[in-house]
Design a protein around this ligand. Structure first.
Ligand code: HSE
Length: 432
């Protein structure tokens, strides 16, 4: 074994960074054996140096991240500060100065992964980011390497733990969205500002990363259609139950049937209780991958938190260190297909629509005509008279698969009917 240690610059020492540092110290012997050389911290860049950081020698702590990544003796930079800047500049500088990079930064990869990949390629360095999607769940490496010889057609996943916790609570207790969010906040799942999670930004960034790897093309955050779960009501969840479904916030990446384009989207959807993703409870994540040769694969586990994220970072760190030692380089970006990303309107899906209608002759026929005029075929219709009202009813329509544009045009036309008093809920149905 080589005795001269490999040096790691750690950018960020919050929940994830401190856990990375702890495991590097407590498992130093094992890591050295697995890598073939000892690995040690060259420095830890933080914003607030006065904070006590157990297990980290004070002389390693610096506020000058730019100087740390530019050090000649640094072999690998681990970036766990998040956000676009200064992370992008620091990572680019790390490559320029000869280091490989391990990052958990989903926002940056989804916003400007191309810049990072190009810089890594130019300097023959590794850019690894297993921790950016679903934390501990091995997903990026299986897609990038294990399935590199297969053709992935679909990735369907629950990639945000906070929202899965909220929906799971709504489903199991009948709570409304606000109540379930409060519980998620109290238990530390949801942040004080939960926007990134509940509006689907976090899941959309992960969808962009997954779609890019799965389909060997470039997909950016802006390419991902995004709807959060703030509009999901207890009534939607109850309606899903009546259909033998549950509601999940799904990230869905698909290759078009003709193979010439891809789509990526994040939105709440009903999935049948028999689908494996329906049994993913609490804050767990799971991703279902469908490929030509392998068939259906499911990856499941904790998708957030300090230790699970550190586990993914450490796996990448070991790989990057091994490559450094061997003068090798792992896989770079594979975006050769250059497939265009189609807009949401071209996605083919099913809708579940609840309508508040007048209960009189001809209403059902009128509603059915609107669907027919837009080329949308109805699968099932259920009508229930409103309790205590003599002229009102709930009409629940589930469609067959149709283009999303045709489905939303249908809903718009339904809103224009005098006999339709309101569209109570619209939700896509997936996983069948
Ligand atoms: N906030 C995310 C979640 C974890 O709830 O899953 C980090 O991406």
């Amino acid at each position: 074994m080589r005795t001269r240690p490999l040096k790691v610059a750690l950018l960020g020492c919050g929940v994830v960074g401190s856990e990375v540092a702890r495991i590097m110290t407590t498992h130093a012997e094992d890591l050295a054996q697995r890598i073939g050389a000892p690995v040690e911290l060259a420095g830890v860049a933080v914003r607030r140096p006065d904070r006590v950081r157990a297990g980290i020698a004070p002389e390693l702590v610096t506020t000058d991240a730019a100087a740390l990544v530019a050090r000649e003796d640094v072999d690998v930079v681990v970036e766990v500060i998040g956000g676009i800047e200064p992370a992008r500049s620091l990572i680019t500088s790390a490559f320029q100065h000869g280091a490989s990079v391990v990052t958990a930064n989903k926002a940056l990869l989804a916003e400007d992964g191309a810049t990072l990949h190009e810089a890594a390629e130019k300097h023959a360095a590794d850019l690894f980011y297993e921790a950016a999607v679903a934390a501990a769940i091995p997903l990026v490496r299986p897609l990038r390497e294990s399935l590199a010889g297969d053709t992935v057609n679909r990735v369907l996943g629950i990639v945000n733990g906070t929202t899965n916790f909220i929906l799971d609570r709504m489903d199991s207790t009948g709570a409304g969205y606000a109540e379930a969010l409060d519980e998620a906040t109290a238990l530390g799942y949801a942040e004080a500002d939960p926007t990134a999670d509940v509006e689907g930004f976090d899941a959309a960034a992960k969808a962009a990363i997954l779609a890019g790897i799965a389909f060997h093309t470039r997909v950016r955050l802006d390419d991902v259609h995004r709807e959060g779960l703030t509009e999901v009501s207890a009534a939607d969840i109850a309606s899903a139950r009546r259909m033998g479904c549950t509601v999940k916030l799904l990230a869905i990446c698909e290759r078009a049937a003709d193979g010439r384009s891809v789509t990526a989207r994040v939105h709440p959807a009903m999935i049948p209780l028999s689908h494996p993703l329906a049994s993913v409870r609490e804050a767990y994540n799971a991703v279902f991958v469908e490929s030509e040769a392998a068939g259906q694969l499911m990856f499941y586990g904790p998708g957030a938190g300090g230790s699970p994220t550190a586990s993914a970072v450490l796996g990448d760190l070991v790989a990057a260190c091994r490559n450094k030692l061997n003068g090798a380089k792992g896989p770079g970006e594979s975006a050769y297909t250059q497939l265009p990303v189609s807009p949401m309107g071209e996605v083919v899906t099913r809708y579940h629509i609840s309508l508040d209608v007048a209960d009189k002759p001809g209403v059902l026929a009128q509603v059915a005509t609107v669907f027919a005029e837009h080329g949308v075929s109805i699968d099932t219709v259920r009508q229930k008279g409103k309790e205590g009202a003599h002229d009102g009813a709930w009409l629940v329509v589930v469609t067959h698969r149709a283009a999303d544009a045709a489905l939303s045009a249908t809903v718009e036309a339904l809103r224009g009917l005098d006999t339709v008093r309101g569209v109570a809920s619209i939700m896509r149905v997936e996983g069948e």
